[in-house]
Write a protein of this length. Sequence first.
Length: 572
Amino acid sequence: MTALVARPLVQRQTAQARHALVATAHTRLMVLMLLFAAAVTLVIGRLAMLAISSGEEARARVATLAARGDLIDRNGAPLARTIASWTIAVHPKKILGDKSAIAAKLAALMPERGDQAWFYRQLTRDTNFAYLNQRASPTLVEQVNAIGEPAIVFAQETQRLYPQSTMAAHALGFLSTDGHGMSGMERVLDQRLLDPAEGGKPVALSLDTRVQAALESELTRAMGTFSARGAGGVVLDVSTGEVIAMVSLPTFNPNRVGMSGSEELRNITTQSVFELGSTFKPITMAAAIDNGVVTSMDRRFDATHPLQVGRFTIHDERGDPKRWLNMAETLIYSSNVATARVADEVGPARMQAMFRKLGFDTKPDIELREKGRPLWPGYWARTTTMTTAYGHGIAVTPLHLASAYAALVNGGTWRPATLLKVEPGHAAQGRRVISEATSARMRQMLRLIVMRGTGRKGDAPGYRVGGKTGTAEAAVAGGYDRSRNVATFAAAFPMDAPRYVVLAMLDSPQGTKETGGWKTAAWNAAPVVGRTIARVGAMLGVTPDETRDIDVSDIVPTLWQDPTEKPMSGGQ
């Protein structure tokens, strides 16, 4: 009887235990489900926060760039455009996965951006946000998304694209991360390009991509051949001041400006100032003629021996003719001594006045913010007047010199340079620097320098080039570095009816076997100009014609006639 009673009791206890186990299992399952739901909610919440934080930045960038107008060259070729693209970014402090593994996967998908180490640095940066790729394709976005890391975010936004890559980088400039211009014409035109009233209209610059490409190519070639530290160049319309090409080397890629250093970002042509040597001599001759100091091309100046002025000695290069030289011969042979004697007669007041009229005492006159201030002598002693006459003791930018040469050959009017396309009849009025008669005389003498003097390697058949070479020791703190020089050739063409100034400058070029060790402008900068003009002259509407030239018949009879005289081998 006892056994019969106990059995139902055991059965009830067993059933209760089973119910308890089932209840416990249900409770645990519910807890797990709640934990899973909480995890999902947390992930979704974090993704939402990431989307909000990144979205704010993306929206700000899109708002800035969406209506930003394009930049085009004078012929309508695109220079800077706003395009739609995918951006891949990351929130380094919110990464959930293994950063090393993620970096390896990203490097495999985007090898052009960097290796695994580069991506790992981006993932471990002490910042809330970092770009991994700002011009990604939809396919790449899908592949990166498959990695499954929620801290990697994507956005379709607008980007600024420079389709010509490094071409004219210093003239164009680049944008900040918030979509505003940081340098170049992007900075100058920032408000205009973003003005809703403009409706995103493109702005035409004065640049010609064909000419820009040619000058960049020739300067890059020369910079490599002569192992130069840097190079700069300009092509300038002498009638309007329009900059047709502007080159500064080394350069940078505005599409990837973060990979560039200060040396690449610096615009040598408008920011760096140099003593430009003998290229100043034509300016001195123009001052002498225009002020009536020299009234006859027959007048000669003593260059038979070095010129002693106080404790200073001015001398010419070895091998230069030691005789009395007239104005044209002074330029043809690039005589420091004769030029100094001319400047001495012009005097400090009139020399300073000429330099000031050419803008040598102020920053170059152009829209860019990246401009260098000239080094103007603090005291104009007699020796200062003499040495600045041949480009020593005063430092300006290459653009200063290009604008000055435009005034020398265009009839005597100096105009500010501009990177904006000028419509016909709308050129700046400018200011008169020299008379038309003086300008006509300067065209003759500049042409003779190329025909008979140091500029012969800068000639281009049929284009009637005129110009002046200049080679000066590089100025350093406390003096000059005799192992370095700055080689410049400033020219204009066609000299019978000038249209364009072309200037090339090399910083610290070295001599080569082909140049016989010479590292002067006659051997390196002048050929750059000659080759550039030969390439672009016809593009610019100048028809080469070897049957015509500027009339120099009234000067030639005054020149020294010696058939036994050897051609100059060096040249300044």
